[in-house]
Design a binder for this molecule. Sequence first.
Ligand SMILES: Cc1cc2nc3c(=O)[nH]c(=O)nc-3n(C[C@H](O)[C@H](O)[C@H](O)COP(=O)(O)OP(=O)(O)OC[C@H]3O[C@@H](n4cnc5c(N)ncnc54)[C@H](O)[C@@H]3O)c2cc1C
Length: 343
Amino acid sequence: MSYGPQIREQVSLKDLNTMAIAVKAEQFVDIENADQLVQALDIAREQQVETLVLGGGSNLVFAGNFEGLVLHIAIRGRRWEQVTDDTAVLALAAGENWHDAVLYAARSGYRGIENLALIPGTAGAAPVQNIGAYGVELCDTLESVTALDWDSRHVVTLSAEHCQFAYRDSFFKRNPGRYIILEIRLRLSRTAPLKLGYRDLQDYLSDADAEKLSPLDVAEAVMAVRRRKLPDPETLPNTGSFFKNPVIDQAQFEQLQKCFPDVVFYPLTDGVKLAAAWLIDQAGWKGFRNARVGIHNRQALVLINHSQGTGQDVLALAEDVRESVREKFGVELEVEPGIVGAR
Ligand SMILES: Cc1cc2nc3c(=O)[nH]c(=O)nc-3n(C[C@H](O)[C@H](O)[C@H](O)COP(=O)(O)OP(=O)(O)OC[C@H]3O[C@@H](n4cnc5c(N)ncnc54)[C@H](O)[C@@H]3O)c2cc1C
């Protein structure tokens, strides 16, 4: 039996965003199945209020209260499908915790997502920015996404191709509100080679016999490396990388490299990707803090809410960082998390 959505009013979102920004949602509903989602969307349409789809709140910055209806995706469930000797499809409902799913797959002996351990948030949000870490992206294993198409009001299944994945980007990110993801399906393998090429991971596992490593060993190594480098939002509220690594063309890169021979970069087939953390560090921001917000002292890409910072405090600091990087290097930094709420 499916119950209708229970809409609550003036709900605090402080514990529902990893930046711990103390804002409220005018209306809030936990969504536990597709029927509740359709009903809640109907109510929002009838009342002509804006909606926000919220997973774990680890890639959002609330600039102010949300004057509309927050749809908190709490749809749970996971199952294996199409199991063969080698591969299987892991289907995850949108509200499943991503990191728990990684450990579940790794403990079951399946490879493909172990490098994405400890990324906060839900399975349903993972395709939105095509989560990636340590040389692996979600799109490497994603088989399909089941979503509610808000244009047609039908539940549709989208192939990976339809999702138009790119670096920290997808159709969903470019077209917010069109699809609400209900389930993702990942094709995992028992025998695919483990991806150990990323330098930090290689260093951490240098004493290990690569042939004997299990996906769980790799997930645990990734967790250890991440814990050394990245602050835990439970103790230092943050949204992970605040800026994307900027991509510039070859001509601009050559100019930049003349002035800054140490610039950290990754060559691409079309252009050059710069390490945003290096740019921010060189602009003197690493470890900066004011009364409420700051930049992490070990990872310049991470903005921290030290003490009751507001979204405005965070965004003002981000703007100062962008401006000084622009002035020093002539490079534009793009903010990675979505910004929502009244400004
Ligand atoms: C400490 C830390 C480390 C991180 N490390 C990484 C990393 O290594 N790599 C990486 O890629 N990211 C990283 N992130 C960013 C973040 O964890 C991911 O983007 C994650 O997928 C966000 O999930 P969420 O459920 O918290 O999404 P939310 O923040 O709740 O939402 C993010 C966006 O997705 C939309 N959305 C959420 N659920 C759905 C749904 N079911 N259907 C449609 N749209 C939806 C929201 O409307 C919003 O636009 C990190 C964040 C933190 C705090």
